[in-house]
Design a protein around this ligand. Structure first.
Ligand SMILES: [Zn+2]
Length: 148
């Protein structure tokens, strides 16, 4: 668990724009930041998604800014928590809180899915399934701050 910075201070949830090779900008990436020494690091469970997105951007030679919270459902839930000012919860309770918030989002997406299904909108259904899958796998693992 990466609860504390190498300087000994606790780290809090924050968001930041990451720029790779001066070309690819990924905005609103959730990070853990130390208030004391300005060191920050990517959240382990998000890291591979950022890496995958960057690889996709490179493949498509898509320069410019991509908003991570609009393509990553977990980041989107984290951003809601952040905006509501609840990121300062104790880290020990944060994981449980995050899982609850993810479950709320899953229920919302399931409602949307039903709606899309009744409307017979296959593209929309597919998009919702994709968003659901990412959250479901996270909720199953329940490991926000660990890499496995
Ligand atoms: Zn520090």
């Amino acid at each position: 668990m990466h609860l504390f910075c190498r300087c000994g201070q606790s780290m809090t949830l924050s968001f930041r724009m990451l720029v790779f090779e001066n070309m690819y900008q990924i905005d609103l990436v959730p990070i853990l930041e130390c208030e004391d020494c300005s060191y920050y690091e990517l959240i382990p469970s998000i890291k591979q998604d950022v890496t995958r997105l960057l690889a996709e951007l490179k493949e498509q030679s898509r320069e410019g800014r991509v908003v991570f919270t609009s393509v990553n459902e977990l980041a989107s839930v984290l951003y809601d928590i952040y905006k509501s000012g609840q990121e300062l919860l104790e880290v020990s309770s944060f994981n449980t809180f995050l899982v609850e918030k993810c479950e709320e989002r899953i229920n919302l997406l399931l409602d949307l899915y039903g709606y899309a299904s009744r409307a017979g909108d296959a593209d929309w259904m597919e998009e919702i399934s994709f968003r659901l899958a990412a959250l479901s796998s996270f909720v199953k693992k329940r490991q926000f701050l660990e890499t496995k």
